[in-house]
Design a protein. Structure first.
Length: 56
């Protein structure tokens, strides 16, 4: 597993391990979030990484 760059990466790892990420992807594919086929996870992850980066 790669090192987390920031908070967004850590949240993604947590949601992947717990199954939340797969669940939201299924919901997005079935139109639960409206017409969008994407839940916006990647945009949210990048925004959190930028706002809350881990120091090297």
């Amino acid at each position: 597993m790669t090192k987390s760059k920031g908070l967004g990466d850590s949240i993604e790892k947590f949601t992947t391990v717990t199954g939340i990420k797969s669940f939201t992807q299924v919901l997005a594919q079935n139109g639960i979030f409206g017409k969008k086929k994407d839940c916006g996870c990647n945009k949210r992850k990048e925004a959190l990484n930028k706002k809350f980066p881990y120091k090297k």
